[in-house]
Design a protein around this ligand. Structure first.
Ligand SMILES: NC(=O)c1ccc[n+]([C@@H]2O[C@H](COP(=O)([O-])OP(=O)(O)OC[C@H]3O[C@@H](n4cnc5c(N)ncnc54)[C@H](OP(=O)(O)O)[C@@H]3O)[C@@H](O)[C@H]2O)c1
Length: 325
């Protein structure tokens, strides 16, 4: 697997998103998740993404337990700043709790050091300088190697970089969600900050394998997301069908083409497709070897036209919590 740099941190060009092993997309399968984690490292996918909130600590414990004897083989990224209590989601970037959150994650992960530690969401009640200042202390103490921010605006990124180097911004970015292209991605390039696209497969939509959702299954987070509802879902699927036909004519799977398109956006971009299945992982990994011409990159972007994507990516409260330029 090829590598790229997020700031000074070298990672495999494709990482593995571990969230779905503990929550979000249907029934968990622990045994298959464990096989997937090992297979990822065997295939050279050495950039693993988790967060303290995924499964309320379950995901960090899973990654730590399964890979405890292979800790030196991968770059470990985790996050703090979002927490759920009594079904309510909160954001907390207050500096005085940052060390405690980090210590808890280190314990769950069974490690002495987190390679990349992200603030999961900006706490709009706390100046970013204060949160990043507390995160920088963790770097000085050797608990964390590099810092990242998730879903921040270019404005916030610039303020953060003035306090401490930021190695990566992680935000939703895919053929379906092109928002980062306007401000934050150019700012990343200017400031030598890497970019980590999350939900690069549009939460499975871009694979063309998600044909329906069980609206009753509230454990599947897509059941409330506007993009996956009713007419919006049907419109989006129709667009993906055309995209899948294009992929077929090119001899690859739709999901692979979606990942290759992201990789073609330039250096310092490391998408983290999420899966709990070995077969999907193996298919996704092969996308790193697909080379697209400039014409193909443009053609793909015109088939999955962001202006024709129906529905927001989050419900209104989720959209309001984002830090946008
Ligand atoms: N910073 C943030 O706020 C944030 C938000 C969301 C996610 N993330 C991170 O980003 C990672 C990736 O994003 P994501 O998991 O939300 O979305 P994603 O990678 O776009 O899609 C994951 C979904 O696609 C399915 N899938 C994966 N490969 C497939 C294939 N080859 N064919 C068919 N289906 C396939 C998975 O199925 P299975 O589950 O059945 O394997 C899962 O349902 C997460 O795991 C998490 O670490 C971060």
């Amino acid at each position: 697997m090829q590598t790229t740099f997020l700031g000074d941190l070298e990672v495999s060009v494709l990482g593995l998103g571990c969230m779905g092993m503990s929550q979000a997309y249907g029934k968990a399968d622990l045994a298959e998740s464990e096989r997937t984690l090992h297979r990822a490292l065997d295939l050279g996918v050495t950039f693993l993404d988790t967060a303290n909130v995924y499964g309320m600590g379950h995901n960090e414990k899973l990654v730590g337990r399964v890979l405890k004897d292979r800790r030196d083989e991968f770059v470990l990224a985790t996050k703090f700043g979002i927490w759920m209590e009594d079904g309510n989601r909160g954001v907390n970037g207050r500096p005085e709790q940052v060390r405690d959150r980090c210590e808890e994650s280190l314990k769950r992960l069974g490690t002495d050091v987190i390679d990349l530690y992200y603030l999961h969401r900006l706490d709009k009640t706390v100046p970013i300088e204060d949160t990043v200042g507390a995160m920088a202390e963790l770097v000085r103490e050797g608990k964390v190697r590099y810092l990242g921010l998730s879903e921040v605006s270019a404005r916030t990124l610039r303020r953060a970089c003035a306090v401490h180097p930021i190695s990566a911004v992680q935000s939703e970015y895919s053929l379906f969600t092109r928002d980062p292209e306007a401000h934050v991605l150019p700012a990343c390039r200017e400031l030598n900050v890497g970019f980590v696209p999350f939900s690069p497969l549009g939460r499975a939509m871009l694979t063309n394998r998600l044909q329906e959702l069980d609206a009753q299954d509230k454990s599947d987070m897509r059941s409330t997301m506007p993009r996956f509802q009713g007419e919006s879902f049907d419109n989006n699927l129709a667009m993906v069908r055309a995209f899948a036909e294009y992929a077929e004519s090119r001899g690859c799977q739709a999901g692979q083409l979606a990942l290759a398109w992201l990789l073609a956006q330039g250096e310092g971009i490391a998408p983290i497709p999420g899966t709990k299945r070995v077969a999907y992982l193996e298919e996704n990994v092969a996308a790193a070897d697909l080379e697209l011409s400039e014409d193909e990159v443009d053609e793909i972007a015109s088939i999955v036209d962001p202006l024709r994507v129906s529905g927001e990516r989050y419900v209104a409260s989720g959209m309001a919590s984002l830090d946008r330029d």
